[in-house]
Write a protein that binds this ligand. Sequence first.
Ligand SMILES: Nc1nc2c(ncn2[C@@H]2O[C@H](COP(=O)(O)OP(=O)(O)O)[C@@H](O)[C@H]2O)c(=O)[nH]1
Ligand SMILES: [Mg+2]
Length: 404
Amino acid sequence: MPATANIRTIRFILLAFFSIAVCYKIFTSSAAPYTPAELNNVSGGDKAAPPALPKTELGNVNSQTTPNDQQKLRPAVAPGKRANATFITLARNSDTWELAKSIRHIEDRFNHKYNYDWVFLNDQPFDDQFKKVITRLVSGTTKFGLIPKEHWSFPEWIDQDKAAAVREDMRQRKIIYGDSVSYRHMCRFESGFFFEHELLQQYEYYWRVEPDIKLFCDVDYDPFLYMQENKKKYGFTLSLYEYKDTIPTLWQTVRKFMAEFPQHIAEGNNMQFISNDEGHTYNLCHFWSNFEIGSLSFLRSQAYRDYFKYLDKAGGFFYERWGDAPVHSIAAALFLKKEEVHFFDNIAYWHVPFTHCPTREEDREKYKCMCNPKDNFDWKGYSCTARFFESMGWPKPAGYEYQM
Ligand SMILES: Nc1nc2c(ncn2[C@@H]2O[C@H](COP(=O)(O)OP(=O)(O)O)[C@@H](O)[C@H]2O)c(=O)[nH]1
Ligand SMILES: [Mg+2]
């Protein structure tokens, strides 16, 4: 072999070796720029057990970012006891996506730490998509129930022709939901039957959630336990005046009931909230029942059952358009002591078109609220919350005058 060929071979071998070495370096450095431990530090690592940063770095992080230092992060699941409680939602299959939003709000602000169950009820069977989408969003156990026919139909004493004539009249007068049969079944079901459903029998407290609601603040305590430990029976966030045309004879029916069942009227009740003249007339004030945290044994009490039966016999769910909000509220005002009704001021809530945002700046800070306090409905003219405060003998909270 000539000498030049030898030199070429040696050059080729050296070049090949050098190229392989360079490729190896590039490949290994781009495939693994950090060790797994370093990666954890970069991304914040596992939520449950954040890796401890070196002291000097922690100092840096704290001086340049807000708000949480690592020690303040709460555990993913709140320790301690639970109440015997569930969320409850009445919904149609067509509500799936609006309801999904509500559930994310409740889970993100509260239930991912508490994992309470959630019962869903429908007058039609829930479809597979509803169950699949909803189940993956709820941190507790989901239960899907069908409403029995007798809880979602006209009772035999209702005159169908009379009811149809009322709907037509209300349609012409453009009364909201005035011509709807299903809305009337819904109001009657929420007034008198949801707490009788077999899926709710095991529970003591409920939190009602509707599709398309929002929570604006963290709920970093357990409202169910709060109810239990403070002997509360009914909780609300928003109150307002009812449309008079939907309940023309409701109050006269309630007055007849009170005369026939005086034993059900509680001592120390809150008649003052619902009447400006000691019970002669109804002032239309009610708690907005699309949000409720309540005691199921209150609704299952003899007083409430007698009351609902009496109203149902009078026919106003179909001959007028009685809503479950005034029906529940009148009961809460009359059959409970006024201290048993709780205003959940720190649960900031929206259901179209009203917002409840905590009045006090300290609360909005403490609970990491994202609502504009100017949107708070509590002190505006159409709200009954000022009246509730008056009935309780409470002063209005600081700052209310900027939210009127
Ligand atoms: N299964 C079922 N749920 C209903 C029906 N109508 C209303 N709902 C539910 O009843 C609640 C109140 O109804 P919604 O339309 O929100 O009434 P609004 O808040 O008074 O305007 C919501 O949870 C609805 O999903 C119905 O026909 N069938
Ligand atoms: Mg609604």
